[in-house]
Design a protein around this ligand. Structure first.
Ligand code: PLP
Length: 411
């Protein structure tokens, strides 16, 4: 087993059974964490425990198992509220993930608040998940979009913010941490500037939650969406945090069981939030797994996780910079734990396939940020993204594989 990246940071790999395997005859190096993280035994066992002991539908049963399942599901909501510093569990809507959270807000909030001629402000570095739903909302409501430009160093053009916020801007939606550049946006400052003008703020926290401390009230945002699967929880579960005052004004976005107070043949009345936004049987096991993941991550400490990711990224960045024909994207300092780059000698897909034959899992492509790729005039990039179970030895092994790749492709 490789040694930890720094003497002060413990090795958590034993908690992750999947990491112990060989791929194509080489020890697996999993550097695709920005796409999805691996799951520790503690989360897997929470799922097994739930299905072996407590499985039942929530909220509608008076029998023992249903009450246990309901208690665990609602405890998970309270756990999620604590994890991000929400004022109340009622501000937590369970979703399938970040994408569903954006779509929920883009439909429900925009239905009530977006008028013809209004503007939604986003940025040039959004994941398609935090762009396309706003485009659809703008089309439905005859509104339009504006975008905060991305500077050459991969940061947002903060000097342009005030003029972009001027006019009929109703909502500002932006990514907390860029999945393609690693940029950590100054969320608190941006939200403060929007709030001063009465503009609602929506943050895409897919790459931030579980990787750094997140405090939604400290940030001062109205919405914050994230996905469980990128932070050690199962796929299929996520959270949309919404400030209660904002939530209470929103109409339902999906109809069905669980979200109603009473139903007549021609009309219905709806429950208060968050139930109003959770039609149908939810992902009960997913929520329980998410709570287990939050316990696990808080047990390690988000500050420590972030510091370890920074150490790995510095090491990767220094090593990558020495490769001939490399171009690294995003800011050098205070960045998320990922390195995205192009190599003159190989297309990202060819490089990622080469790495795969050595057991190294990278990701290559546009990373669901096509406008950003166009902005930087690249077809795509190769991306190595790290999490707390990765080690310096793995980073060094990656650098060795990439040096061989440069020779192989004739760089
Ligand atoms: N936003 C960002 C910044 C992401 O990195 C991702 C996923 O990669 C998403 C949104 C979408 O997340 P999900 O597919 O879990 O809904």
């Amino acid at each position: 087993m490789p040694a930890p990246a720094s003497p002060s940071f413990p090795d958590f790999r034993a908690d992750f059974p999947i990491l112990g395997q060989q791929v194509h005859g080489h020890p697996l190096i999993y550097f695709d964490n920005a796409a999805t993280s691996q799951k520790p035994r503690q989360v897997i066992e929470a799922l097994i425990r739930y299905y072996e002991r407590d499985n039942a539908n929530v909220h509608r049963g008076l029998h023992e198992l249903s009450m246990r399942a309901t208690d665990a599901f609602e405890a998970a909501r309270a756990r999620a509220a604590r994890f991000i510093g929400a004022a109340s569990p009622d501000e937590i809507i369970f979703t399938r993930g970040t994408t569903e959270g954006v779509n929920l807000a883009a439909q429900a909030w925009c239905a009530r608040h977006l008028q013809p001629g209004d503007v939604i402000l986003t940025t040039g570095m959004e994941h398609h998940s935090n762009l396309v739903p706003w485009q659809l909302a703008a089309q439905r409501n005859r509104a339009s979009l504006r975008h905060i430009p991305v500077l050459d160093d991969g940061t947002l053009d903060m000097d342009a913010l005030d003029s972009l916020l001027d006019g009929p801007v109703r909502l500002l939606a932006f990514v907390h941490v860029s999945n393609s550049l690693g940029t950590i946006n100054p969320a608190r400052e941006i939200c403060a500037r929007a709030r001063a003008l009465g503009i609602t703020t929506f943050l895409d926290g897919a790459q931030a939650a579980g990787h750094m401390p997140v405090d939604v009230r400290g940030i001062g945002c109205d919405f914050y969406a994230f996905s469980g699967h990128k932070m050690c929880a199962p796929t299929g579960i996520g959270v949309l945090y919404t400030r209660l005052e904002v939530l209470e004004e929103m109409p339902p976005w999906q109809g069905g069981g669980e979200m109603i107070l009473s139903v007549a043949l021609d009309s219905s009345t709806y429950k208060a939030p968050p139930a109003r936004f959770e039609a149908g049987t939810p992902d009960i096991a997913g929520a329980i797994g998410l709570a287990a993941a939050m316990d696990y991550l808080d047990g390690i400490g988000l500050e420590a996780i972030q510091a370890h990711g920074e150490a790995l990224t510095r090491r990767a960045w220094d090593g990558l910079s020495a490769l001939p024909g490399i171009r690294l994207l995003g800011p050098r300092q205070s960045r998320a734990p990922l390195a995205a780059f192009t190599l003159d000698c190989a297309h990202p897909h060819d490089l990622v396939e080469y790495a795969n034959t050595r057991g190294l899992a990278l990701r290559g492509g546009h990373h669901c940020t096509q406008p950003l790729m166009r902005r930087f005039k690249v077809p795509g990039t190769s991306r190595a993204s790290f999490y707390f179970y990765n080690t310096e030895q793995e980073v060094d092994a990656m650098l060795g594989i990439l040096r061989q790749a440069v020779e192989f492709f004739g760089g």
